[in-house]
Design a protein. Structure first.
Length: 155
């Protein structure tokens, strides 16, 4: 015989649409910031007031999710807010995605660079810093151009 006492089943007041109880935030890292930076509590000091003051049902933001993206590498990660206090937000990594890297040719006379103004990767000739190709949405696309170009000039 099943025990139907309230302690054994979920109470109606504990079940709701997630967006009513928790928030999803989005953070775009710049080219100098890393996921490791985002895992440091002090990294989020400028976001404390937003998270704490945004929701009357969850005034501390505990359990909120922060989506982290890095456009120059296509990194995506989800972080859970564990604790919020003056000048810090403690988070933990839930999941992370990074596209597989294209092998870099070490002795190539070219390198890749993220162009902030154009929001794209460029291929730069190391000798004179001339832009050889531009408009790549990912670093891998620029690295693939280098590999293909190196194969073509070797032939």
């Amino acid at each position: 015989m099943a025990d139907n006492s309230p302690k054994r089943r979920l109470m109606d007041s504990r079940f709701a649409v997630a967006s009513f109880r928790y928030n999803r935030w989005s953070a775009d890292l710049d080219e100098t910031q890393t996921l490791e930076d985002a895992l440091e509590p002090s990294f989020w000091s400028s976001a404390v007031d937003k998270i704490m003051g945004h929701d009357k049902l969850n005034p501390k933001g505990i359990g909120d999710i922060i989506e982290v993206r890095k456009r120059d590498t296509a990194l995506f990660a989800e972080l859970m807010v564990l604790e919020v206090g003056p000048g810090f937000i403690k988070v933990d990594l839930i999941r992370k995605y990074e596209p597989p890297a294209v092998p870099v040719i070490e002795d190539a006379p070219f390198t890749t660079k993220w162009n902030v103004g154009r929001r794209a990767h460029e291929v730069i000739r190391k000798g004179d810093h001339q832009v050889m190709a531009s408009g790549f949405q990912s670093k891998d696309g620029a690295a693939a151009w280098i590999a293909k170009h190196m194969t073509a000039i070797a032939a």
